[in-house]
Design a protein around this ligand. Structure first.
Ligand SMILES: [Fe+2]
Length: 277
């Protein structure tokens, strides 16, 4: 089956649509390796017309590693590994920032597999950006400055708006205490292909280590804006039964929240990763 799998690039730097695979079926080893290599190379894979159920979603994710439940999101009944991301008129989503998922963990996820279950009539695209393209796009002088630097990442910083709401600390206080800030290299080396990737993001990165506050703020602001350069990014238009699978070691993503007050619901499995080096 693996020879039928094809990758059709979405944009110059990142993204590919995948054809020739049916995710309702178990993946043979050759197909798994082809998808894993395609994920690392294209950094985010898009699948269309894949009407899978939660059990098939979980089986697909497990080929790549162990699921990690998210401390702040509800899950699908009977599937604690499948988080529900839902936006309704009463509870619109609050995440509108470019980010890499869960970098507040010492071992941030390898990736996430997201599938849409309720699609708004229009809007609700997701954008992705390549952190290897971001690194490659820096001058040699800036790369030398950043190489060897570390940055701090914080759950409480990422969820500060939710924490400030009534009942926020009651809901998220345990997660804040269980997830103290962690330190990661500013540039990481991808464990699979050795590409170097900028590894800071607006949502969770608070400051650079060993640098004065004003310098840290200015450098991070530059890096965040640089990583969001249009030429490093692609944009995915969801369709019924579409799936996005991103490599969380080498990408940023952000939702485009232009569909309120329409209802949107997604199911996500996040896969355990390794310590950035
Ligand atoms: Fe995310």
């Amino acid at each position: 089956m693996s020879e039928r799998i094809a990758f059709h690039p979405t944009a110059g730097a990142i993204g590919a649509e995948v054809t020739g695979v049916d995710l309702r079926e178990p993946l043979d080893d050759a197909s798994f390796e082809r998808l894993r290599d395609g994920l690392v190379r294209h950094q985010v894979l898009f699948f269309r017309d894949q009407p899978i159920d939660p059990a098939a979603h979980l089986a697909f994710a497990r080929r790549f590693g162990e699921p990690v439940p998210h401390p702040a999101y509800p899950h699908v009944d009977g599937f604690p590994a499948i988080n529900v991301l839902e936006s309704t008129p009463g509870h619109p989503t609050k995440i509108d920032t470019w980010h890499t998922d869960m970098t507040f963990l010492a071992e941030p996820p390898l990736g996430s597999i997201l599938r849409v279950t309720v699609q708004p009539p229009s809007g609700g695209d997701t954008m992705f950006a390549s952190l290897s393209a971001a690194w490659d796009g820096l001058s040699g002088r800036m790369q030398r400055y950043l190489d060897g630097l570390h940055a701090w990442h914080s759950f409480a910083h990422g969820f500060r708006h939710s924490l400030a709401e009534p009942g926020g600390w009651e809901r998220l206080g345990d997660a804040v205490r269980a997830n103290p800030p962690v330190r990661h290299p500013v540039v990481r080396t991808h464990p699979h292909d050795g590409r170097r990737c900028l590894f800071v993001n607006r949502l969770f990165t608070t400051h650079l280590e060993g640098v004065r506050e004003a310098e840290s703020e200015a450098v991070l602001r530059f890096l965040f804006e640089h990583a969001e350069t249009a030429e490093f990014a692609c944009r995915f238009r969801w369709s019924r039964d579409a799936i996005a699978f991103w490599d969380n070691r080498s990408t940023l993503h952000r939702p485009v929240n232009d569909y309120f007050p329409a209802h949107r619901r997604l199911e996500r499995i996040t896969i355990a990763g390794d310590r950035p080096r």
